[in-house]
Ligand binder design. Sequence first.
Ligand code: PMP
Length: 397
Amino acid sequence: MKIENPTPIKWQFARRAEQLQSSVIREILKITMRPDIISFAGGLPSPETFPVEHMKAAFDTVLSRQGKVALQYGPSDGYAPLREWIADSLSIPGVTITPDQVLMVSGSQQALDLLGKVLIEDHSKVLVETPSYLGALQAFSVYHPEFVSIPTDDFGLLPEEVAKIADGARLLYALPNFQNPTGRTMSVERRLALVETCARLGLPLIEDDPYGALSYRGEPLPKMLTMNPSGVIYLGSFSKVLTPGIRLGYVVGPVPLIRKLEQAKQAADLHTSQLTQMVVYEAIKDGFLAQHIPSIRTLYANQCQVMLDALTEFFPAGVTWNKPEGGMFIWVTLPEHIDGMQLLEEAIAQNVAFVPGAPFYANEPQKNTLRLSFVTVPPEKIREGVSKLAKLIAAKM
Ligand code: PMP
């Protein structure tokens, strides 16, 4: 029944697809999957933190008690009890978030795509941090924005710069907590100044916050969402506090936007897996995260300290890095003449990998930067990897 000699198709891709490229990180990850490589490249959470038995029990409970509902199609905005749980968890005294402000998505990455789809037109101005999350730049790029980079320092973006470049902008995309890629945290004062500026300009502010719960010391800083729920769009995710394989995230924002995103979500994939949402709700409804998250924080804080100590011990003078207060990344700045991409080639030959910083810049890349993730590498391997990198860098000084 198979047709013989079909005419070979000359694929003509849509203009928006021409824009698509494989993420540099995913390409590097393919190389670094080799077991002999010490990889600081992944943005993957540590599998040690995955609560396998707890999830297994939750799957079992949902399937035995509500199997027929869990295996059916579900509503596009998501599983109501989980949306309520999220709304409650984000509400604080004086600021109530309601379930109709919550849309469940298949990972917060999907939220970035949907936001691009409903807010960005060709040449729309989109303000991003310098540098910013590569996955967001990729997701937005499909809709042909004009990225405008907001100046930053070691404490994140500079709110006072925003008004100077915001004329005609469609949105501002910010990562206030333990930013990917730099690990930086925005102070409360800066958050407030940014929210005030955006509110004054009528500029939608996207707060992408997958790492917010992973602070090493003290409670997380206030969310920008709670400073202006009518102008901030908050992206949350279960990837870093539970597991990324379940692909579950959420968008919280003003109702008219959420309804528009819901329509885009419907067109994309009808709804997020009902089974997944019910299982996650079952897994977290009795306070599991409050006991689980501290163990992730402790593990990551210790791994981070091992890497910071190794950097201090081995890296030559002239190289600088930040000290993250949470999350999964350290950002390294090399002397200006050293190119991170070139260094990566040499590092891979020595069985060490990291992500060069350049792809995280929407406009002019600062090529002498690297992102190091410390969460999936055991302490003795962190020291070995940093020492090998240090030798390669020292040879270029
Ligand atoms: N935003 C940021 C800043 C991220 O680092 C990631 C994951 N690496 C995502 C969004 C996407 O996360 P997910 O789709 O797993 O929720």
